[in-house]
Write a protein that binds this ligand. Structure first.
Ligand SMILES: NC(=O)c1ccc[n+]([C@@H]2O[C@H](COP(=O)([O-])OP(=O)(O)OC[C@H]3O[C@@H](n4cnc5c(N)ncnc54)[C@H](O)[C@@H]3O)[C@@H](O)[C@H]2O)c1
Length: 312
């Protein structure tokens, strides 16, 4: 199939693009390189440097006639979305709507949308959250993900399209941007490699559901292979606190990590954890990489990159 991966020069999108190439698909990556980098583009995929919110995207979709559009391009910074909600809505709502419109117009067989469990469910009352839990977004970013999903389910209903929303928990692994606001594993790793202090917000007892990026890519392959529409959490159902993450990083790096506990971040939720039972029973997909193994692999990748960059 000919598959468009938006955001494919970014962290998760590049793993998905690589997995599609591995399954023999023709892959076209659309990315404006705002946070993504050319080095992430896997061999065998074609990069088109372009913004999904632009008219040029319509022209590309018309010319290419994709079989699948896998939409991962987005602005990721929650805090920026609070400060600049219009900017966030432009990229994350209008960008997603443009993708859906292009898919409708050009008869794309399946649209996959990258959504977020944590940003949508907000302060959970049920642990782990299944897909039927109410939305309580704590940021315009979460509202945008919810809007994207509503447009997606509406398009599925009125245009008879296959639209799949995948709600990820906290994704981590090689190629994650360590200079953003989210992604504690990558941020702390980069700091620890340069012997900088890692600031933990509050006591570090906030618990998250950390999922390794290859498991997320495998979930995308599973819903593509099964041509499966609907809404699915992509999660491990397991919780790990920040202090445990720091301890695991230190262990696999073989060094002491200097930690400073700053004030708790306002709105930082104590627990986010989701259940993927729906996806498992529909496709057989299950996460394969536990948090220890995932951190070990991520440490190895970041350490190697850091050494090559710094000639160490
Ligand atoms: N990382 C996580 O834990 C997580 C959790 C839930 C959902 N998600 C979602 O997964 C997707 C990918 O996230 P990521 O962590 O890989 O982030 P990322 O920043 O590494 O990837 C996003 C990519 O999209 C590109 N991009 C941004 N705006 C664009 C635009 N308007 N047009 C074209 N390209 C654009 C960026 O250059 C980048 O390559 C996003 O939709 C994000 O909301 C991520």
């Amino acid at each position: 199939m000919k598959i468009c991966v938006t955001g494919g020069a970014g962290f998760i999108g590049s793993w998905i693009a690589e997995a599609y190439v591995g399954e023999g698909h023709e892959v076209v990556i659309v990315d404006n390189l705002s946070t993504g980098v050319v080095a992430n583009v896997p061999k065998g995929a074609r990069l088109v440097e372009m913004d999904v919110t632009s008219d040029a995207f319509d022209a590309l979709a018309d010319a290419e006639r994709f079989d699948v559009i896998n939409h991962h391009a987005a602005h990721m910074e929650l805090r920026v979305s609070v400060e600049k909600p219009l900017h966030d809505a432009h990229a994350n709502i209008l960008g997603s709507l443009r993708v859906l419109e292009a898919a409708r117009r050009t008869n794309v067989g399946q649209v996959i949308l990258a959504s977020s469990g944590g940003a949508l469910y907000g302060a959970q009352e049920v642990f782990p959250a299944d897909e039927e839990q109410p939305w309580r977004p704590m940021s315009p970013y979460g509202v945008a993900k919810g809007s994207m999903e509503l447009y997606g389910s509406c398009y599925a209903r009125i245009h008879n399209m296959t639209v799949t929303a995948l709600r990820y928990t906290n994704v981590y692994g090689p190629r994650q941007n360590p200079f953003g606001e989210a992604g504690v594993v990558a941020i702390f790793l980069e700091k620890a490699l340069s012997n900088a202090v890692c600031t933990v917000n509050g006591a570090g007892d906030q618990r998250r559901d950390y999922i390794y990026v290859s498991d997320v890519a495998a979930a995308n392959m599973a819903v593509t292979r099964h041509h499966l529409g609907g809404v699915f959490n992509v999660a491990t159902g397991l919780e790990t606190d920040v202090n445990t993450i720091v301890a695991a990083l230190a262990r696999y790096m073989g060094k002491t990590i200097e930690v400073h506990h700053g004030p708790a971040k306002p709105g930082d939720l104590p627990r986010n954890v989701c259940s993927s039972e729906r996806l498992t029973s529909a496709t057989g997909w299950k996460p394969q990489i536990g948090v220890e193994q995932g951190i070990e692999r991520t440490v190895a990748w970041f350490t190697d990159r850091w050494r090559r960059k710094n000639g160490a």
